[in-house]
Design a protein around this ligand. Structure first.
Ligand code: ADP
Ligand code: ZN
Length: 723
């Protein structure tokens, strides 16, 4: 027999099939050790066959298997091939997506434990051997026990009893369970008519993908859980994807409580051993629901019955390291292959997804009302320019202070939201709210201090830094945004007796960081939670009746063509944290741009209005989904080498451009807006392809060359950040 092997080395030079001789017990999907060059390396068996064209004298033999079963399923192998071809990455990189990284390093494996129980009959133990008698009594009472525990409790008595034949040992496999003891009750709820209709629609539609567009609190989760329970009953499996899992522990507990050990959770907060075991439980079919962030789409489940992507608009579904895959695309491949349905859920679908639903590609299902017809919280837009004019330099408007005061007086809780997505140096006039934008692109400009100028990240245009506001002549030019620390400082002065919790990147270190803060807050151990994006996710704190959005402008003026969309999503999500209990909630939204249409639509929960406006703007400006932004990045530590590579890549792209000029809306080579990050020089070729152009694959091909030395070349599609 012969095996076609891909070696686990992510380099294009060795990115090909190597044939090895092997025994009968080698199967496709196994990890094996093979002689390679002068050493030994790990490889993946892609296929087993009867013949090979490699001459006998050059043929080498597989040395051994790494595990005694195929770690990769047939489906994984086939998906890995599609991914390698689509994103032009070495097969090894693509295959690695399907394994827990701990497995590759060989640092963790299956855990075994030895258990002791009493044997049927044994000679009497003398009364003076008190420890031995105690041990026997313990086993009589508690049944079989782990050897480690017994040794700790009874010391050498265990060995003595074993020698007498009084106890017998059994070595067995155990699972490290990250959520033991955490599951409570979560009985299925009786679906509301709207939920039941949604489930029906998913079944009845001929379309693979359904978009479940339901306002926050409309009960989307129960729809997902019903669909999952149904496919489990048919003996199938399910994949359930959520954005960043450590931020939504409640969702995990709900699933665990509903499905028990049938659910396996894959996420980066687990210890390597736990992660490995959860993965193994799925691979062996003990667990049949894979839950996790985007990488859970690679879960080793077979016979998939449904794939759910919750909060489908979330940016974390795009991978930012090679291969830069989009989770939706992989999910669709799996759904097609398994012939199953896919459900995307969101209160604020991405413009791109919503358009596909409107155009009939996806089934559009809406849940327009909250469960029990609870009202959506009322949103008050506060004009911060007026606060400046009134001489209030604080981060808090008079209105927000008033409402905070009464919220605290009633012993309710408040969440204050600060936007700090990346750090953008967008400049703004604090007197009138004017923000400098690119004349060509209608995207906010970014200040670059080393050149003392404003730049457009979408076309490279440069503008003078403002000295006075071109709109009102005012001199209060500043950056958009406020710092968390400043806010907390002011807050402490305003409400000295309030308990304040802060949640951002700086305060959530460690595995349990977020979780602890959220738990404290949910137990009402604090009155005010101040935080960044992290507080916007799907938390359910019934005591929260006030949400303050301190600087809506920060996201509104982020230099990204999606800044409007992101702002709408963010405001809706944060507002959705208010008034989830019995008492109605309120939202205070502070901005220097109170007439902005995005904020107006968000304040009235008008998704349709927002969408109509946004899609027209995208079309007018030729932004996605009417075009595709493609950036080829070239980075390296040596500037000369980096430039040489850039030249080489550029030549190829340039001839592509010359041959298909009509399909390009924009084509330019330049420095990346930030010229150096972590000692790496950064250059880019920025392109915008007209809608319907199929040059993307040719761009990937042009970049997948083998001669680049010490430089990294990669392609980004509609990147979330162009810095
Ligand atoms: P969404 O995910 O759409 O924001 P949730 O799934 O969090 O909404 O549901 C909001 C609240 O309504 C939750 O507290 C949930 O337990 C409750 N809920 C959902 N479905 C039902 C139902 N059929 N009957 C009663 N309560 C429900
Ligand atoms: Zn521009």
């Amino acid at each position: 027999m012969y095996a076609e092997v891909i070696v686990d080395v992510a380099h294009s030079d060795v990115d090909k099939i190597f044939d090895y001789a092997c025994e009968e017990d080698i199967k496709a999907g196994m990890r094996v050790a093979v002689p390679f060059g002068k050493g030994v390396t790990t490889g993946f068996v892609m296929r087993v066959k009867e013949e090979t064209s490699v001459p006998k004298e050059r043929l080498r033999h597989i040395l051994r298997t790494a595990e005694d079963f195929p770690v990769l399923t047939e489906e994984s192998l086939s998906l890995a091939r599609s991914i390698a071809a689509r994103y032009r990455v070495p097969m090894a990189l693509s295959l690695r997506l399907f394994l827990p990284s701990e497995m590759r390093t060989g640092k963790v494996g299956v855990r075994y434990r030895t258990f002791y129980r009493l044997s049927g009959d044994f000679p009497p133990v003398p009364p003076r051997a008190r420890q031995q008698l105690a041990l026997i009594a313990f086993l009589e009472e508690n049944g079989e026990q782990d050897s480690a525990l017994l040794r700790e409790k009874f010391g050498s008595a265990l060995k003595a009893l074993e020698e007498k034949g009084a106890v017998v040992a059994e070595r067995r496999r155990v699972f490290r369970d990250p959520y033991t003891g955490s599951s409570g009750e979560n009985a299925p709820k009786k679906l509301t008519p709207a939920q039941a209709a949604a489930v029906e629609r998913v079944h009845e539609t001929k379309k693979t993908v359904s978009l479940l567009h339901g306002v926050t609190g409309s009960g989307k989760t129960e729809v997902y859980l019903t669909l999952i329970a149904e496919v489990l009953k048919e003996g199938k499996t399910a994949i359930f994807l959520v954005p960043e899992i450590s931020l939504t522990p409640q969702m995990l507990f709900q699933l665990r409580a509903r499905f028990g050990s049938k659910a396996a959770i894959l996420h980066s907060g687990l210890t390597p051993g736990e992660k490995f075991d959860e993965w193994m439980r799925l691979r062996e079919g003990d667990a049949r629901i894979a839950i996790g962030a985007r990488s859970a789409i690679f879960a080793p489940v077979e016979n998939v019955g449904v794939i759910v992507i919750d909060e489908e608009h979330d940016g974390s579904y795009s991978s930012e390291s090679s291969p830069r895959y989009n989770t939706f695309d992989i999910a669709l491949l799996r759904a097609k292959r398994n012939g199953c349905k896919m459900v995307l859920g969101s209160a604020t679908p991405s413009v791109e997804t919503y358009r596909r639903a409107k155009e009939g590609e996806f089934e559009l299902i809406t849940l327009p009302d909250r469960i029990n017809a609870r009202p959506m919280p009322e949103v008050h837009i506060v004009d911060m320019r007026r606060e400046v004019r009134r001489g209030n330099p604080s981060a808090f408007s008079a209105e927000l202070r008033e409402k905070l005061q009464s919220c605290l007086a009633q012993h309710k809780q408040a969440i204050l939201f600060l936007n700090r997505r990346g750090y953008s140096q967008t400049v703004m006039c604090r007197d009138c709210g004017y923000v400098a934008k690119c004349e060509n692109c209608d995207v906010s400009l970014t200040y670059h201090s080393e050149e003392d100028c404003l730049k457009c990240h979408y076309c490279g245009a440069r503008y003078h830094m403002l000295t006075a506001c071109p709109q009102c002549g005012g001199k209060h030019i500043g950056y958009v945004g406020t710092g968390t620390q400043r806010v907390v400082g002011e807050l402490k002065k305003l409400y000295p007796s309030a308990n304040i919790l802060r949640m951002d990147m700086d305060t959530t270190g460690g595995k349990e960081g977020h979780f602890k803060i959220l738990k404290q807050f949910s137990e009402h151990k604090a009155d005010i939670l101040v935080g960044t994006q992290m507080v916007a996710k799907g938390h359910d704190f019934p005591e929260v009746t006030l949400v303050g959005i301190l600087d809506a402008d920060m996201s509104l003026h982020f230099p990204d063509y999606r800044s409007g969309e992101r702002t709408f999503q963010l405001v809706t999500q944060v507002a959705g944290r208010s008034g989830r209990g019995t008492e109605a909630g309120e939202v205070v939204l502070q901005t220097y741009d109170p007439d902005n249409y995005i904020l107006r639509f968000a304040a009235t929960y008008d998704y349709a209005g927002f969408y109509a406006h946004e899609i027209a703007m995208r079309e007018a400006m030729s932004f996605p989904p009417f075009a595709k932004i493609v950036r080829v990045m070239v980075t390296g530590e040596e500037e000369r080498e980096t430039l040489e590579t850039l030249r080489e890549v550029y030549q190829k792209l340039r001839s592509l451009y010359a041959a298909h000029t009509g399909e390009f809306l924009f084509f330019n080579r330049m420095h990346a807006p930030i010229k150096r990050i972590q000692n790496k020089f950064r250059y880019q070729v920025l392109m915008r392809l007209a809608g319907g152009s199929d040059l993307l694959q040719s761009i990937y091909d042009a970049c997948a060359e083998t001669t680049y030395k010490n430089t990294l070349v990669y392609v980004e599609e509609n990147p979330g950040n162009l810095s």
